[in-house]
Design a protein. Sequence first.
Length: 746
Amino acid sequence: MRATETLIIGAGFGGIGMAVKLKQHNLGSFCIWEKQPAPGGTWHDNHYPGCACDIPSHLYSFSFYPKADWSRRYAPQAEIEAYLHDCVRHFGIGQHIEYQREVKSAVWRHDVQRWRVEDTQGEVMLARFLISATGQLNIPVMPKIHGIEHFSGPIFHSARWDANYDLRDKNIAVIGTGASAIQFIPAVAALARHTTVYQRSAPYVLPKNDRPYSDAEKKRFARYPRLLRLSRLLTWLGAEWRFFGFRHFKPGMKLIRLRWRHYLQREVGQTALRSQLTPDYALGCKRILLANNYYAAMCRSNLTLNTHGIAAINADGVTDQQGRFFAADVLLLGTGFHTTRFLFPIHIEGRDGRVLSDVWQHGAEAYLGTCVHGFPNFFMLYGPNTNLGHNSIVYMLECQIGYIAQAMAYARRYALAALEVKAEVQAAYNQKLQRNLRKTVWNSGCSSIYVLENGKNVTNWQGFTFSFRWLTRRFKAQEYLHNGSAMPLARNALITGAASGIGRATAEALYAQGWHVGLADKNIDALTALSANWDGQRVHCYALDVCDAAAVKSVIDDFAAKNHGYLRLLLNCAGIMQIVHSEDMDPTAHQRTFDVNVNGTFYACHAAFPYLKQTPQAQIINMSSAATQYGVPWQSSYSASKFAVKGLTEALNLEWATFGIHVGDILPPVIDTPMVQSQAMVSPIMQRLAGSSKLPADAVVKTILRQIQSPRVHRPVGLKFSIVCVLRDWTPEWLTRLVFRYILMR
């Protein structure tokens, strides 16, 4: 028995893309089990004549690995398969893939918090994370027709094509007219003595805006990557607008139907045949197909379209429902895939013995098409309700890949044994999804691969692709369980400079909201008086000089230990100010300003880091100043120190983001605090910016509370100063200096 951090099932677009992300983000060891002898997924399985993509090539490829030299606007199968092989080589994924490993079962072992995955050969792998990238187009539908087992000739599905069989001068029976069939029918009809196509339901077929790319175009795309990205963007936007037709289908689909009817009338002259090729359901209810040669092939003299249904098959051919017999040497099946039987036939058993096929007996569902309650550390790519009728599946896969990587990084960062989506989160998501799907053309009443007999649409996404990207942009820990119980999110904060002013006011506000608070200040008596009537289990007071790095570490270690090793928020409010003419500044006082304001802030951040990185949604809020907008006269030391705090904040924000720690700062103007009140003089420029009166400390507290959970880095206090900050960002340096000088000299 072997073990790995992550086991991926399948080496198609999803599996390869996921492997690249795991490798790029150093998310531990991983292995891919692929049942075929080569990568490519559906593009390895499907190699029938005419096989090609119906999404433009620039969009049907990874955004992180664009290809400038696609031969055509819609790439053929061989080129897409070659692209995936190239991805494997380029990113060094090949060494992680084990071929001809068909997964038989996956069982969650609660005792070791691992998935036990077994293949059909008896090989077993233990994995912390299990990711299914099997897709929806991997299990062919084999029709159940009376007597088909007695047919004497070869029978093969489009996904199991026998390229060695010579179709020339044969009587060919084609069963089905789906997406694959309309691509291979023109090719086989050109070779056959006679082709009979058995159609149960006519598809809507629109012309395919396909053409080869010229050598000059390929060179331009290669030379100017932005041009290639622009082509991808415009293609995505052009596809995205079509969803208006699927959701509010009457106006939009009417225009598309007119286009289809014109195309049909132009290509098919025979009225009777045209009638046979006309669908009897709303446009879009089933998959809309693209082809430039299908209707022309249906008009061939050596092709018969049979719409009466098949009664039976014997050794020599097919009998239809009207009793007519058609000789056949070979049966070609274009009958599609089991798109609604996700992960079939793999036995997936999750927590407490739950079997996925039983959980899904009334239709598959998942949260974001990715996670299922009761199945910890299990993720899916191209899972339930992630299929599209208007845009690129690769786009959806990249959204899921990014989301899964965030979830795995979160679990690894906080040493969590397992992640499992909450039942209520999954239920609410799917209720809304199904409610929206009922408004689409896919649920308009036809029998399709999208909707089950009970009316549940388990296949398609209900909106625009950008809405799916928005939902998957960020992993939300509060939506998940840890070992079957709600994940603890610490609500504790350590505040330096908590004895007075902004620190004191913030401590009072957080305590009132139920936070556990650690109060640190040189004035321990003031802290004791502040917390005299507070719950001793929720408040801890520390005498602290932030200039002493060892003392800072000792305080933070103690507070974190009292909170089980977690620290949700570090609020650095300790600071000093001296308003004085620079020539009169005592160098010792200047050094003390930097020791408290800059070094003290750094010492606290440094000591808190080990606890912050293991705490969900951890955050540091530093106290900067309005003085960072432009150096303030008579506050040169203070201004310089706050510029340093602002720079420290920006650096840590970038550096510690990989650990899930958000670092930001508050930029208050003149605040009515004991520190300001104690000054012998007030800086005229800051007084004028603040207005006729100083802001109260409570105004800063409100800003701090908004900053908690906010992605902003710098947050100014007050409307007037916020406007100043915006103008400062857009004002040339010389003009800023002129304005501040004017304010100063008024």
